[in-house]
Design a protein around this ligand. Structure first.
Ligand code: SF4
Ligand code: SF4
Length: 354
């Protein structure tokens, strides 16, 4: 039976976290030693740890310390939204850990085709920026945050970062507003990555309009499991969600969530966690009706001109070309917009709201 191990923490203390990890590894039966490990944090952009946009440096520090004690050779990488991996690591505070512990940085800038033989989405080929097969183990380090399109970003969603940055927009474009299809794609990618363990940083997480510009708030949780589907399922329940989110719905539908037990603070819960105000678009209606209803009811990305610095990042990341500069400010074409909220996620100034 799979296991989710949970711990509650009031602050980031690498020593205390490492003790928890040691016990957790034992509890889930994970024995990593003398191997080549790739750490995959959630690294969206170079924002400070207080903003809760990225995995906290002290979680990375504690995981790296536990693995160094096991004589592992440790690599770290991700594909941030618009900056180089080095720049995002520096701005996030993780570079101090990298330099202090002599981890090796790997940019996810290669073009590696991976085939999913037994996927749940209609797609088989995925282009990765880094080959998970080049490592003995992938350690998945997501951050607990809300996400405009998918509700939350947790363990399974975090491995979308393996997709080459040029390809991410294409996957959004293929899925359009179909959250269930996008969930299936995320599941296929996650299973290709195959992390040996997922360790979720939810000590300070993010609610409201995440994943980049929501409210950073105390949640107090670290959860770990060999099975990210079970971990995501557990966290959704503990946050008090009335119904499962698309990734969990699809995982349940395909029998990917087996029975699991929860070890630790199983009674953990958080009051007043606020989900993003997006509208459920998974209606069982003909597609032309859905398209009309979505344009009417699904929240649109909107610009706060006071905050916009005209950097152009939103134009670069928009998969549909729905944004153009008009009078040095981005303007939206809502007929083309698929409400993926990539522009909101990547705007470094928090100038796009839904
Ligand atoms: S909305 Fe944000 S990303 Fe777009 S141009 Fe303005 S500051 Fe840059
Ligand atoms: S305008 Fe924003 S929400 Fe709309 S498709 Fe482009 S990136 Fe996605």
């Amino acid at each position: 039976m799979e296991r989710v191990v949970t711990g509650t923490f009031s602050a980031y203390d690498p020593k205390v976290l490492q003790e928890f990890l040691e016990k957790g590894f034992e509890s889930i039966g994970l024995s990593l030693s003398h191997c080549k490990v790739l750490l995959k944090p959630n690294l969206v952009m170079g924002k400070s740890p207080q903003r809760a946009v990225n995995t906290h440096p002290d979680v990375v520090r504690a995981v790296a310390a536990a693995l160094l004690d096991r004589s592992c050779d440790i690599y770290i990488g991700d594909s941030p939204g618009y900056e180089s991996t080095e720049k995002a690591l520096r701005g996030s505070g993780i570079m101090d850990v990298v330099e202090g512990m002599r981890l090796k940085v790997v940019p996810f800038d290669r073009l590696i085709t991976k085939r999913q033989q037994s996927g749940v989405s209609p797609y088989r080929l995925f282009t990765f920026g880094q080959d998970p097969g080049a490592y003995d183990a992938i350690v998945n380090l997501p951050k607990l945050k809300t996400h405009g399109m998918m509700g939350l970003t947790l363990g399974v969603k975090n491995t979308f970062g393996f997709i080459h940055s040029l390809e991410k927009a294409r996957w959004h474009l293929r899925a359009g507003q179909d959250r269930m299809l996008f969930a299936s794609i995320l599941i296929d990618i996650h299973r290709l990555v195959g992390p040996v363990v997922t360790i979720l940083d939810g000590i300070i997480g993010m609610d409201r309009e995440g994943p980049s510009n929501g409210r950073a708030r105390e949640i107090g949780l670290i959860a770990m499991s060999r099975d990210a589907f079970a971990l995501d399922h557990y966290v959704e329940g503990a946050l008090g969600l009335a119904t499962p989110l698309p990734i969990t719905v699809k995982a349940l539908e395909h029998g990917l969530i087996e029975e699991y037990d929860v070890c630790g603070h199983s009674a953990w819960s958080v009051a007043d966690f606020e989900m993003p105000k997006s509208v459920d678009t998974d209606w069982a209606l003909p597609s032309f009706v859905k398209s009309i209803l979505r344009n009417l009811f699904v929240r649109k990305p909107r610009l706060d001109p006071e905050k916009c610095k005209s950097c152009g990042v939103c134009l670069k990341v928009c998969p549909t070309g729905s944004l153009v500069f008009f009078d040095r400010r981005p303007a939206f074409d809502y007929r083309r917009c698929i409400r993926c909220y990539c522009c909101q996620e990547m705007c470094p100034e928090g100038a796009i709201r839904t």
